[in-house]
Design a protein around this ligand. Structure first.
Ligand code: UDP
Ligand code: MG
Length: 325
């Protein structure tokens, strides 16, 4: 059997602190796999620079000039982790039999890569890296992440528990992935929809080796909210149900207060009146906000804007003159 060509795709946003170490470690790993005849000699590391403001691209580019394993893709501006990853997968698919995505910060155990490849060689089209535990996370991140997975499950979205974007995908799977045209692509939700023969590799997630997280709380919440509203209309349905319930309640209370009025007790209504105004007002605002959220999504999708713009692709020379170092 011919060894498969593997490409490891690494999205990078302001990762100059950790990138040199990441490059060395990934290359070591790749060379071991080549030496053991698990992957082809033509296997590559593809670093996607997601519009970094530091020296990330310079590092990638210089390494690419002298290192046959290193390839670079520079996006024209920052498009976020998911889209940067999509850009890398898209590019890598054309010259690889399988692609592994991994974060630049070495949080995911690179030794798992060997197992990924072995599972691929045994016939899996998609292999998920699943974290054994979440000891390295803060209590807050751990519990919010757990809440997120539980909620998605309840909403009927089939997420792989404790799996981030550390996974292997075959050329075939990547090809099919491209048929999902949505602009707001939430990979963790989409990939399980592909089906195919899948497998799982368990690993320990480590601390970030250097640099800072690019996912502060605000972004994390936005990511979770996007994930939910991109996959499920249950929240909006829930609001509808609440709307019905409060409508029924108001009829019942209305009847009750009217009876009171006919009995001559007119002043008693004020408290309940003012509270229900606030209650209903609040519910309406929530409902309108939710509807707005979905309409916003529809608006974005109908425009079909590209998910990313490539500035420089070191695979497809020539390079614009201003970038010749
Ligand atoms: N990343 C990216 N674009 C962004 C933000 C992050 O390409 O706009 C990359 C980042 O360089 C890293 C990966 O996505 O390789 C995951 O980010 P990070 O480690 O900061 O997230 P965390 O592990 O803290 O959730
Ligand atoms: Mg990280």
């Amino acid at each position: 059997m011919m060894e498969p060509i593997l490409t490891i795709v690494v999205p990078c946003y302001n990762e100059e602190e950790v990138l040199p170490e990441t490059m060395v470690k990934l290359q070591q790993q790749l060379e071991e796999l080549i030496a053991d005849s698990l992957v082809s000699k033509q296997s590559k590391l593809l670093f996607v620079d997601d519009g970094s403001k530091d020296q990330t691209w310079e590092l990638i580019y210089k390494e690419g000039l002298r290192n046959k394993y290193v390839r670079g893709l520079k996006l024209a501006r920052n498009v976020g982790h998911q889209n940067a990853l999509v850009a890398g997968l898209h590019a890598a698919k054309d010259f690889s039999d399988c692609v592994i995505s991994i974060d630049a910060d070495l949080q995911d155990d690179i030794r798992a890569i060997r197992e990924f490849v072995m599972k691929f060689n045994e016939g899996s089209e998609i292999v998920y890296g699943v974290r054994k535990g979440r000891e390295t996370d803060t209590f807050f991140k751990r519990s919010t992440a757990q809440g997120f997975y539980k909620m998605m499950r309840k909403l009927g979205v089939d997420l792989v528990y404790n799996h981030a974007d550390f996974r292997l995908m075959s050329k075939r799977a990547l090809h099919e992935l491209e048929r999902f045209k949505e602009v707001n692509l939430f990979l963790r939700g989409i990939v399980p929809l592909l089906g195919f023969h899948t497998d799982v590799v368990y690993y320990d997630r480590l601390e970030r080796q250097a640099g800072e997280t690019k996912y502060p709380l605000k972004k994390m919440l936005a990511f979770a909210f996007d994930g939910i509203t991109s996959f499920s209309v249950s929240p909006i349905r829930f609001v509808l149900v609440i709307g019905f319930v409060s409508f029924l309640m108001s009829i019942i209370f209305g009847g009750y207060f009217l009876t009171l009025k006919f009995l001559g007790n007119t002043e008693t209504g004020w408290t309940s009146l003012i509270t229900s105004i606030w209650l209903i007002g609040g519910l309406q605002l929530i409902a309108i906000g939710l509807i707005g959220e979905y309409i916003g999504k529809i608006y974005k999708e109908t425009k079909q804007r590209p998910k990313y713009i490539v500035d420089i692709d070191t695979l497809n020379l020539p390079i614009p003159r201003r970038h010749l170092l």
